[in-house]
Design a protein around this ligand. Structure first.
Ligand code: NAD
Length: 250
């Protein structure tokens, strides 16, 4: 028996959906038939991939937005609702790192990471939720990180933001389950994207040694998990953290 995930008729919003993990998520959702609304602050990166994703499906749109900007977020979500009439799926994927040892971490680097990763997730979720509540259905998928579960030297700001996303996801799941809205997090391990490309080779090799499956994953591994969490196959799953990390944290 073959199982095919079908999202035709669904509208998905993916933050940072033009690069790395977000681009992979946009691709699988488009392949499954969803309409994909990509939000992000880097319009050039969106323009550089739009011809490629158009070959999968023309059913996408782009809104330029800095997710730190709470005022602009509600305007953008309203514009999306005015045009699309609904948001069935929200994937909070956009995120940044500003690594450094805690003792040398500036207030600015701490706040930037919390503002984008955690506060941005809060602003967008809150805006989209109002429409999901009216529709009595919705899927929210927050991209956390293995670092939010296990911590990491040099990443106190990032770890705190991602741990916050996990607790936030569980709270949203509890608050809105009765309204037909499911909220889950995905905690990727180490994935090949620009975020990890900048690490020196010796650091990457040391990371690989700590991964039982022995490899750094491709973004598609995370996209497949997101596709599952958007689908009817996961209709009884909410408030969970799906680890996609090759076994590096169990
Ligand atoms: N690469 C990894 O190993 C890894 C591991 C665990 C979790 N993650 C998480 O996966 C997500 C995607 O990361 P990635 O590896 O694909 O890197 P990436 O840099 O390609 O993606 C991050 C995206 O966020 C967008 N973004 C950043 N700041 C923004 C802002 N203020 N407003 C709007 N958009 C903004 C960027 O434009 C970019 O598209 C992030 O949340 C990251 O923390 C990545």
């Amino acid at each position: 028996m073959s199982v095919c995930i079908e999202l035709t008729g669904k509208t998905a919003v993916v933050t940072g959906g033009y690069s790395g993990i977000g681009l992979s998520i946009s691709r699988v959702l488009l392949k499954a038939g969803a309409r994909v609304i990509i939000i992000g602050m880097n319009e050039e990166r969106f323009i550089s991939v739009q011809d490629e994703i158009k070959k999968i499906s023309p059913e996408f749109d782009f809104y330029k937005l800095d997710i730190k900007n709470s005022m602009k977020i509600s305007d953008t979500i309203q514009k999306i609702i005015d045009k699309e009439s609904k948001i069935d799926i929200l994937v909070n994927n956009a995120g940044i790192v500003k690594d450094g040892l805690l003792i040398r971490m500036s207030d600015e680097d701490w706040l930037d990471v919390i503002n984008v990763n955690l506060n941005g997730t809060f602003y967008i979720t809150k805006s989209a939720l109002r429409h999901m509540i009216k529709a009595k259905s919705g899927r929210i998928i927050n991209i956390a990180s293995v670092i939010g579960e296990m911590g990491n030297s040099g990443q106190a700001n990032y770890a705190a933001s991602k741990a916050g996303i996990i607790a936030f996801t569980k709270s949203v799941a509890k608050e809105y389950a009765a309204r037909g809205i499911l909220a889950n997090a995905i905690a990727p391990g180490f994935i090949k994207t620009v975020m990890t490309d900048r690490l020196p080779e010796d650091v990457k090799n040391a990371i690989k040694k700590g991964i039982p499956l022995g490899t750094i994953a491709e973004p598609e591994e995370i996209a497949n998990a997101a596709l599952f969490l958007c689908s009817e196959l996961s209709a009884y799953i909410t408030g969970t953290v799906l680890n996609v990390n090759g076994g590096m944290y169990m």
